[in-house]
Design a protein. Structure first.
Length: 153
């Protein structure tokens, strides 16, 4: 499988210990309480086996990066919401993260690749993603193909 971009080149990927509070969620989704509890226990016992994926958003306007506490986000989460949420709940200050350069148009695809293959998104979660694509200017046919929905949905 050929990637549409060059994140498979080592100079396009950077591993960092990102401050947990500096990472902005892309989309929040619901999860099984039992599975999430097991994830947290695993992180406490053996640490994180797979880093989360983030993109650097320091070039964004400060108003788009504002945290609820008044600080600024430095990264936006691409993959690993459960892992990041677990780190926050466990009050772990830093999260191993892979910083990747990802074109805007591929972010939703990466989110879906990680989450839809594991668990189907509910309609509300899917609607949030569709709304974001519409706001970015995606056309209806592209959205229908991407999310496996019809115009009636």
């Amino acid at each position: 499988m050929k990637l549409k971009h060059e994140t498979n080149r080592s100079d396009q990927i950077k591993l960092v210990e990102a401050a947990t509070e500096e990472i902005k969620f892309f989309v929040r989704r619901s999860r099984s309480a039992g599975a999430f509890s097991r994830l947290k226990e695993s992180i406490k016992e053996i640490g994180l086996r797979q880093p989360i994926h983030v993109r650097d958003i320091t070039a964004w306007a400060a108003s788009d990066r504002r945290r609820p506490d008044g600080g600024l986000y430095k990264y936006e989460l691409i993959c690993g919401q459960g892992r990041l949420q677990a780190f926050r709940e466990l009050e772990l200050p830093k999260n191993p993260a892979m910083v990747v350069e990802v074109p805007e148009r591929e972010i939703v695809g990466r989110f879906l690749a990680e989450n839809v293959m594991r668990k189907r998104l509910n309609w509300y979660e899917k609607a949030q993603l569709v709304k974001q694509d519409i706001e970015r200017g995606s056309d209806v046919e592209e959205i229908k193909a991407k999310y496996f929905v019809t115009t009636g949905h």
